[in-house]
Design a protein around this ligand. Structure first.
Ligand code: AMP
Length: 273
């Protein structure tokens, strides 16, 4: 497994190989969710590239950029065991320039839900993903459905900027208690983790209501909010695949999303129906 930190060196190496490339961008502190993306990439590509970069431009002032978990050595081992060919670990200077040309998130879809809670966050995400996709030029790039709005915006960027890559969505991996895996789960105390389970419980309850024939989203959201109490809920939303809020659930075109604060940790989860 090669470890590369220079963008130009990685570009040169990958172009010389001239093989299909599966690419998994991450911020490190790798867990089974990331590994599941790597496995998907391994299945369909000759080369698998993973990047580990805690992207400063997607953190808002006062967020957890400084304390975001960094586990470079463990991450390299995990990548090696998962059959990764190249780990790209740039520092900020390797990716960003002074006064640079910027990609910004769309005015509507980039500023609802997670974009409303974290205004500007998605501009930072799109900016770095555009750079990374241009450096790696993957055949396929793998993103988790757990970050549904991020995935949707990246698909839009690929379309709007005519990028030559297939985006592959990957299902959310959960712990045995139902909590969606996240690098931020390490911030949770034992008690907070128990409280956090209200999030998957509320989603499970929503899916049960829908299988019992209840499709009015207001009714479903009200019951979800009751389950989530007393957590500070950022949003509970039921949207279609275009991320428009809907009044009725239509199975096959529906995502139920929750964002809630547990202690001081903001957690995201969703289910796709
Ligand atoms: P992150 O390191 O948190 O930026 O995540 C890197 C990629 O892994 C993103 O595409 C995430 O959506 C994806 N991811 C994070 N958590 C999970 C999970 N529990 N299951 C599947 N994919 C995930």
């Amino acid at each position: 497994m090669k470890i590369i930190s220079s963008a130009n060196e990685l570009k040169k190496y990958l172009r010389e190989q001239n093989k299909s490339i599966g690419y998994v961008p991450t911020m490190g502190a790798l867990h089974e969710g990331h590994i599941s993306l790597i496995r998907e990439a391994r299945k369909n590509n000759a080369l698998v590239v993973v990047s580990i970069f805690v992207n400063p431009t997607q953190f808002l002032a006062g967020e957890d950029l400084q304390k975001y978990p960094r586990r470079d050595e463990a991450d390299k081992k995990i990548c090696e065991l998962a059959g990764v060919d190249i780990v790209f670990m740039p520092d900020t200077q390797a990716l960003y320039f002074d006064d640079e040309v910027k990609i910004v998130a769309p005015n509507v879809r980039g500023y609802v839900l997670e974009g409303a809670t974290r205004p500007g966050h998605f501009s930072g995400v799109l900016r770095v993903v555009m750079k990374l996709l241009n450096i790696v030029k993957p055949t396929h790039a793998y993103f988790g459905k757990k970050d549904a709005q991020q995935l949707n915006l990246i698909e839009l960027m690929v379309k709007h900027y005519f990028l030559d890559v297939t985006i592959v969505p990957v299902d959310t991996v959960r712990d045995s208690d139902g909590l969606a895996l996240s690098s931020r789960n390490v911030y949770l105390s034992k008690e907070e983790r128990q409280e956090a389970l209200k999030i998957p419980k509320s989603l499970y309850h929503a899916s049960k209501m829908i299988s019992n024939g209840i499709i009015a989203t207001q009714e479903i959201e009200a019951e979800m909010l009751a389950i989530l109490e007393p957590l500070e809920v950022g949003y509970v939303a039921i949207v279609n695949r275009e991320f428009e809020v809907v009044k009725e659930v239509s199975v096959g075109n529906c995502i139920i999303l929750v964002e809630a604060l547990v202690g001081s940790t903001r957690l995201l989860d969703n289910i796709w129906l």
